[in-house]
Design a protein around this ligand. Structure first.
Ligand code: AR6
Length: 179
């Protein structure tokens, strides 16, 4: 499924974000950039040890929640990994939507800064961090749409959803947005 915003495309795919041939792959990292499970584990396994080495050297203080930092992509089929830190869901009491939105916006800014025309996001915060899928899909897709409405890059933003449930949640929101 996909939607057009100006000259740009938002695309949904079901699958593994580490397999995407795009300019930049987004990691669902933690604020210490310490590695972990889920997307983070898969990205570091597929990318190889150079990713963690570069992350430690360049960002010893980690990355604040709601932001993202760039490294090269090691063995992944991309030029960059943007390590984004989404919020832990605490019932909506700690400004989670704004933090989830700014994590996405920062990745899109990094894409522009690094001349990336295509970027693949996982569903940030919806695994270990417990963000309700429907609400995360709404924040992620509206944030990307609003960014693309004001910029003409990256021309392809792909959300790579790991299972049918998360694909469905994103598809419902994208469909509503397109009508
Ligand atoms: N490709 C695409 N999506 C995936 C993949 C994959 N290979 N693997 C899992 N997902 P999570 P978070 C989905 O937990 O909630 C880590 O330990 C998954 O089904 O990876 O932001 C970090 O180190 C879910 O929908 O990220 C942090 O400590 C979504 O990706 C913490 O987890 C995000 O799940 C970050 O938690």
């Amino acid at each position: 499924m996909h939607a057009v915003v100006g000259n740009c495309h938002i695309e949904l795919a079901e699958g593994d974000v580490t397999k995407q041939s795009v300019d930049a792959i987004v990691n669902a990292a933690n604020a210490r950039l310490a590695g972990g499970g889920g997307v983070d584990g898969a990205i570091h396994r597929a990318g190889g040890p150079s990713l963690m080495q570069e992350t430690r050297e360049k960002f010893p203080d980690g990355c604040s929640t709601g932001s993202a930092v760039p490294t090269s992509a090691g063995d992944l089929p991309a030029r960059f990994v943007f390590h984004a830190v989404g919020p832990v869901w605490r019932g909506g009491r700690t400004d989670e939507p704004a933090k989830l939105a700014s994590a996405h916006t920062r990745c899109l800014e990094l894409a522009v800064e690094h001349d990336c025309d295509s970027i693949a996001f996982p569903a940030l915060s919806t695994g270990a961090y417990g963000y309700p899928l429907d609400q995360a899909a709404e924040v992620a897709l509206t944030t990307v749409r609003d960014f693309l409405a004001e910029h003409d890059r990256p021309s392809l933003v792909r959300f790579v959803l790991f299972d049918a449930g998360s694909y469905g949640a994103f598809a419902r929101v994208l469909e509503e947005m397109s009508t």
